[in-house]
Structures are given as structure tokens and as C-alpha cells.
Design a protein around this ligand. Sequence first.
Ligand SMILES: Nc1ncnc2c1ncn2[C@@H]1O[C@H](COP(=O)(O)OP(=O)(O)OP(=O)(O)O)[C@@H](O)[C@H]1O
Length: 313
Amino acid sequence: MNKEKILEVSNLKQYFKLDKKSIVKAIDDISFEIYKGEIFGLVGESGSGKSTIGKTIINIHKPVDGKIIYKGKCISDKKIYRKEKKSINKTMQIIFQDSTSSLNPRMTIGEIISEPLKIQGLCKNKDEKMKKVYEMLNLVGLDNTYADKYPYDFSGGQRQRVGIARALSVDPEFIIADEPIASLDVSIQAQIVNLFKKLQIEKNLTCLFIAHDLSMVRHISDRIGVMYKGKLVELANANELYNNPLHPYTKSLLSAIPIPDPEYARIKNRIEYNPSIHNYDKEKAKWIEIIPGHFIYGSDEELYKYERELNVI
Ligand SMILES: Nc1ncnc2c1ncn2[C@@H]1O[C@H](COP(=O)(O)OP(=O)(O)OP(=O)(O)O)[C@@H](O)[C@H]1O
């Protein structure tokens, strides 16, 4: 894999005020990097902070602390982001969990898909624009006739595919895909996952792929980060994470993956995660690289236990 860094998130914190007294630590001091041409999966249960990471990267929220470096520029700095917005939008796109609400009901699908091209001035004439629209529709498994229709003519899954086609229309280098397939039928989910893989291979697309479970992410990701309550608790190469999960929360997520074989599924135990087993002083827990490329969050005592589990001491 090409080791050129495309995104670097360092000690990122994002807190939201709930009322005068309480805050929620949606992102609590997390760091990770994404390399050019890789698909980085981010998993964790609902409310663990995954979407907030995506929204903070694209500057919907200003971080409380920490840095986001995109292609060498510090985009967590609002001034820099504003100055670079057009060029950032040309290379970085986000696909939201529910693209449906972001599709203008008064625009045709052709107009919706070509809008980013228009904003970026990427098409010389109507023919070129429509050629791109058809190409994008076909890429997400929809035929050319859809271009003249309106969002209300579509099912939720089809609208989600239009959202994906719109994001891909500018040939982005980096995509943040926030649960892009959650609302789709399983067969379409596989089609979209294959599409991302194809774009990775053919166009060297880099992707932050957010999902709440590990089943689809396993097939698509090169590396995977696991989030729990605003913290990144484990990060490793996808195979390493599946073969040697260390954090009890990762083990629990893996045990929840449905197994198609009923015989095996019957004997497979679901591991419940009990956060109270972490009786370490939370202030002392740290994020360390336990073996090359495999990072874990824990106290000294826990990290020692993980090292023994991996037989590295
Ligand atoms: N704008 C906001 N104002 C206040 N709290 C917020 C805001 N956005 C997110 N949160 C809170 O931050 C935490 C993380 O939310 P986030 O949406 O990032 O989680 P998630 O892992 O993406 O979950 P989901 O998969 O359900 O979207 C949650 O407790 C959520 O309620």
C-alpha cells in the first residue's frame, strides 16, 4: 500500500453542551491516520461518536481541541478551511447516512448529480454533463431513464444511491462514507461495497467508511478503528483485528456478527461487553501501539494483559 498520508487526525476532541451543567464528550482525544488508497473502517455502536468525526472533518463542527491535517493542510483551522473550501470540496466528499433529506425535491436526479460538477466548473457543455450523469447512474446500478425523474419517484434505497452518485461525480480522492449502506437491501449493500472496492482499485480512492457493525466493514476495509463512547479503543489491520481482537468491546462486536451457518451459529457465544471490567484509573489509560500497526487503549495493567495474550512478552 502507498504510505502517503491523506488525513491525519491528532488528539481530536469534540464536546457538546447538553445543558448548563452537562456536556457529552462525543470525541474524546482520538488520533488516527488514513493513507492514500486505503479504506479505513470506523465501527462502534450508535452514539459512539463516528458521525461526529465525519462532521468535524468536513468542518460542520469546529473541534474543541486537536488537529485535522488533510493533504498537508490544517483544515481544523476555520480560516484555512474557508480559504481552501472549494479545492477541499473538489477532492473530499461526504455521503451521509440518509442522503434522502439532502436531495432537493424540486431538482431532477440529473440536476442533483451534476450540481457538484457545476459548482466546481468541471463540465464544458450539456453533453459532457449528461455523459457524466449517466456514467454515475450506471455506476450505482441505476439506468439512464432515472436522470429526468425526481427524488419522490424513488425508493429510499434508490435515493441513497443517487446521493452516492452525486458524491462520486467530481471524482473525489477522499470520501467520508457515513453508514452509506445501512438503509439499503442486502443485495444492494454488497453492490455498493463492491463499488467502493472497485473505485479503490481503479482510481486509488481513499475512504473513511463508517458503520455500526463489523460484518460489512470486514470485507471492505484495509484497517479498522473501533470506537466506544467517544474513544478509539482499538485499531489494527482488518485481518489482525479479526484474528487477534484484544479489547473486550471489539470481542463483543465480533461475536455479534451474524453467521449464515445455523449449526455454527448455535454454538457461537455472544460476548456481552461489560464496561465496568475496566476498573483502571481512566486518567491513566493510554493509547499505545502494542505490536506494529495494532493500537489499543488501556491502563498499564490491561496493556500488560493484552501483551501476554499476544505472546509479545
Ligand atoms: N449537534 C449535537 N449536539 C449535541 N449532542 C450531539 C450532537 N451531535 C452528536 N451529539 C451526541 O454526541 C454523541 C455521538 O454522536 P454521533 O452521532 O457522533 O454517534 P454515532 O456513533 O455516529 O451514532 P449513530 O450511528 O447513531 O449516528 C451522542 O451522544 C450524540 O447524542
